[in-house]
Design a binder for this molecule. Structure first.
Ligand SMILES: NC(=O)c1ccc[n+]([C@@H]2O[C@H](COP(=O)([O-])OP(=O)(O)OC[C@H]3O[C@@H](n4cnc5c(N)ncnc54)[C@H](OP(=O)(O)O)[C@@H]3O)[C@@H](O)[C@H]2O)c1
Length: 306
């Protein structure tokens, strides 16, 4: 299969490209800096510059004749939010996706499928189980961004593409994201439950993040919203306890909400609240999770498999 990938140089994208290449697919990477992207992949991928996804259509020559597109780019969410960073978080996704679809419209022939990254942050926070039938949470920054991001992706279906909106959870990878941030504290014995730890963490190991994205790319029956989360979400308290056990370090130091708010401002809400997300569509479609259980997943992500 010929596949174009945006955000390919990121934590998820780099692994996805590796897997696509391992199975013999032809990959075209779209990056703000094609030369940097090519170097990141040891000169082994075709890379095309899309210098400013917010203001120009994706280059049609990078999309023409590709069967699939996986769209991952976006300004990192896990940083202190200022007005400026919030605008970049939103615009890189919403305008970036609008411009991707403009590029797809100009491609000849057009791709058949778009797997567009989305996030579980679309759902209301709480402990009630929620699947793809759950509604968004209007009026909250992240949910509004994700809903608008998905809205732009969905427009590719008017062009005849099968569109999957991959509502990804908290990706467990030592290379980036939440686990990479937590690890130094936990390794130093300074980890523990955040703000009481009752909030759910809809985790997913990187292997399954990539596995599910590939599954959605390949599976004709996959379209619309698909939760990319493990079958058994846990609370932050359980996650802290299991991570401590995996690392052989105590994980009992409570992390106060106030400390996180001082450090991260409004973004702290992302860790102080959570959603009990269930991957109903993946299960219905028959996706076989590679790492469905938390402890083995954490052992793999931290290199402590025995
Ligand atoms: N990691 C998670 O836990 C998680 C969970 C749910 C959803 N997601 C979403 O999945 C996507 C990929 O996640 P990731 O963790 O792999 O992200 P990442 O490591 O931060 O990489 C994202 C890629 O997007 C491009 N990018 C970064 N900032 C940009 C900006 N301001 N404008 C345009 N392009 C920009 C970069 O590619 P170039 O520099 O090559 O252009 C970068 O390599 C993101 O949209 C993220 O929100 C991630």
């Amino acid at each position: 299969m010929k596949v174009a990938v945006t955000g390919a140089t990121g934590t998820i994208g780099a692994r996805l490209v590796e897997e696509l290449r391992a199975r013999g697919d032809e990959v075209t990477v779209l990056s703000r800096d094609a030369e940097r992207a090519r170097r990141a992949f040891g000169g082994e991928v075709d890379a095309v510059t899309w210098a400013d996804p917010k203001s120009e259509p994706a280059p049609a020559e990078a999309l023409s004749g590709r069967e699939g597109v996986v769209h991952l780019l976006g300004e990192p969410i896990a940083q202190r939010w200022s007005d400026e960073t919030k605008r970049e978080i939103r615009d890189s996704r919403v305008l970036g996706t609008e411009n991707l679809v403009r590029g797809i419209a100009a491609a000849e022939p057009r791709p058949k499928v778009l797997v567009s990254q989305s996030a579980e942050g679309i759902y209301p926070r709480g402990s009630e189980p929620v699947d793809e039938s759950g509604s968004a949470d209007p009026g909250t920054f992240l949910s509004d961004v994700v809903a608008a991001w998905e809205g732009e992706a969905a427009k590719a279906s008017d062009l005849g593409l099968r569109v999957v909106r991959a509502r990804t959870g908290v990706v467990l990878s030592p290379e980036g994201g939440a686990l990479a941030t937590m690890l130094p504290f936990f390794k130093a014995g300074l980890g523990g439950p955040v703000a009481g730890g009752r909030q759910y963490v809809p985790w997913i190991h990187l292997d399954d993040t990539v596995g599910a994205l590939l599954f959605c790319l390949d599976t004709e029956a996959a379209s619309g919203p698909v939760n990319v989360t493990a079958p058994e979400p846990v609370t932050n308290k359980v996650l802290s306890k299991v991570l401590g056990r995996v690392l052989g370090r105590p994980a009992i130091l409570p992390v106060p909400a106030l400390g996180l708010k001082v450090l991260y401002g409004e973004m702290a809400q992302v860790v102080l609240t959570g959603a009990n997300v269930r991957p109903r569509r993946l299960e219905e479609l028959g996706y076989r999770f590679l790492r469905p259980e938390l402890e083995p997943a954490l052992r793999a992500a931290t290199g402590r498999e025995s």
